[in-house]
Design a protein around this ligand. Structure first.
Ligand code: F6P
Length: 540
């Protein structure tokens, strides 16, 4: 990968000039100028997902300059480096291999050449398949010989958000297993779960790449204690092996915890946490929707991988959408991007994309070691439509901030008996992007009442899935992974580490060990933290 400061490229200068021109043109104007604007600024991906990016501040010249920016910052080279397994995760000295997790061996002859990695991945997939089938077909029984009814995934960050988002989004594919996600260290979550399950009917998956994350290990230890207490026995390896599985890259730590080695699913170190739902971290997904549907999820992602790897920049969906985000974030100075799924089961997509985006691109030192003087990651937020229309849409329509939005919907509902509901949902989905783009100037005289004036000219992307299936969801998530990767390439940052999260963990670990000791000055000159500690200790 080349380390090019984007602001030093010719395209960046052209785009800065072009901005002045584009600020004089509204989205309304752009549609008037080009009657085929929808056709010219949308891509229909095999009639599975329609990407409509016509309601943006872009014209052909904008795209031309943006595409040149992608060329000048060597995006295609970066894509090839990732897929070929080059060590592009420089600060952690390793490759980035989440795409390898979903390679289709039959025709991926131009990706990573490393049979050993493929063998590892296939072994793990086999384990996922066996465990899933044995649990779902009720061959795997608990220690009282009862079937397993509850799956508790104990993990946080990438070991939580991906599986949570996917299993919720694919709820209509879910089998009868009850899923629980234990992530936060707040004991309310733990209590809420153990009040709903019986130990003898439950399988606990300790999902942690490092097997050292404070929240996950604390929760796992508390669950282990609760389990042993509630089955009225001392620790019994044989019983334990029927109810505890570990997904980790730290095999020894899992064994020391008491996990039976045959119940440990490894996780390649080259798989980043936020990119790991396709790996053994996805065990809970496979348990929830079945291994065949888990494979379809991988196949959908692989399809987008192929598009991303082999499509020229000007029709490469993740690259185009990454460039549009850069256009807003770095030239229009927008601060945030809203993710608005008009699909209630996709309610966790904004949360998932927060980690994917902001843990990848929330950086301020560039790949040359220089302090960055331009904007990097946007703030990602959002909620489902139509709920958002009754909370934050007022600001989208009449606020002072420019907030590009991704509106996502499915043309076919999961519930064929409620077609009227779906028609209303989609009518709102389309109406909102229209209202944001064009406002009510054509039908409303602002003189009458300025406060009811919607000036429009608010940009959005419409991402329209034919139907939410494992395959189409895999396509969509892979699209976002690659979009975020390209943004990082162009912004000249390292997108696959997350050193910024370590400091908070370190201080918290110190405080945990010392907060109950009478150390006068726990926090060295920081009287605020000391004051907070004193307040806490005054009640505990
Ligand atoms: O948030 C920091 C982080 O390291 C994430 O990148 C990761 O997904 C999460 O913590 C959990 O890490 P682990 O899977 O090692 O418990």
């Amino acid at each position: 990968m080349k380390n090019i400061n984007p602001t030093k490229t010719i395209s960046w200068k052209y785009l800065k000039n072009h901005l002045k021109e584009m600020k004089k043109i509204t989205i309304n104007d752009l549609f008037k100028i080009d009657k085929n604007r929808f056709k010219n600024f949308s891509i229909n991906f095999e009639n599975i997902i329609l990407f409509d990016y016509s309601k943006n501040f872009i014209n052909k010249k904008t795209l031309h300059y943006l595409i040149n920016l992608a060329k000048e910052t060597k995006c295609i080279d970066a894509i090839h480096s990732m897929f070929y397994g080059k060590k592009i995760n420089i600060t952690e000295k390793q490759a980035v291999l989440h795409t390898a997790l979903r390679y289709n061996r039959n025709y991926d002859n131009y990706f990573l050449k490393n049979q050993e990695i493929y063998n590892n991945i296939d072994k793990i997939l086999k384990k996922i398949e066996n465990i899933s089938n044995n649990i779902i077909l009720e061959k795997w029984k608990g220690y009282t010989n009862k079937k397993i009814k509850n799956i508790v995934n104990i993990g946080i960050g990438g070991s939580h958000l991906g599986p949570l988002m996917i299993t919720k989004s694919l709820q209509s594919y879910k089998n009868k297993l009850n899923l629980f996600f234990l992530s936060n260290i707040d004991s309310n979550k733990l209590i809420n779960i153990i009040n709903k399950i019986k130990p003898e009917e439950s399988l606990f998956i300790i999902a942690s790449k490092t097997f050292s994350t404070q929240e996950t290990i604390s929760n796992a230890l508390s669950i282990k204690k609760w389990f042993i207490k509630n089955i009225n026995t001392t620790f019994n390896k044989n019983i334990f092996s029927k109810h505890f599985i570990a997904v980790t890259n730290n095999i020894n730590a899992a064994i020391n915890f008491g996990i039976d080695e045959k119940n440990i699913l490894p996780l390649l170190s080259e798989i980043g946490g936020r990119f790991s739902l396709w790996s053994s971290i996805g065990l809970v997904i496979s348990l929830s929707i079945g291994f065949n549907n888990f494979k379809k999820l991988l196949q959908g992602a692989n399809k987008m991988d192929h598009h991303f790897f082999s499509t020229p920049i000007n029709t490469n969906i993740p690259i185009i959408m990454a460039l549009i985000s850069i256009w807003y974030n770095n030239f229009w100075n927008t601060e945030t991007e809203a993710i608005i799924p008009y699909c209630d089961n996709m309610c966790f997509l904004p949360l998932y994309l927060q980690q994917l985006n902001m843990e990848s691109n929330g950086k301020s030192i560039d790949r040359n070691g220089n302090k960055i003087k331009y904007q990097t990651s946007s703030i990602i937020w959002g909620d489902v439509g139509t709920n958002g229309q009754h909370s934050f849409f007022q600001m989208l329509h009449q606020g002072t901030k420019l907030i590009p939005c991704d509106f996502i919907a499915t043309a076919i509902s999961d519930n064929k008996n409620y077609k009227d509901h779906h028609t209303k949902l989609i009518a709102n989905y389309i109406a909102q992007t229209k209202a944001l783009a064009f406002g009510n100037l054509d039908t409303f005289s602002c003189k009458e009442n300025l406060y009811q004036c919607c000036f429009g000219n608010k940009p959005s992307n419409s991402i329209f899935l034919k139907k939410i299936t494992p395959y189409s969801l895999g396509l969509l998530i892979s699209y976002y992974e690659h979009k975020i990767f390209i943004q990082g390439v162009i912004l000249n940052i390292f997108s696959f580490d997350q050193w910024g999260v370590e400091l908070g963990k370190k201080i918290a670990n110190f405080l945990v060990k010392n907060i109950d000791r009478n150390i006068q000055n726990l926090t060295q000159y920081d009287c605020s933290s000391q004051g907070l500690i004193n307040f806490y200790k005054s009640f505990n």
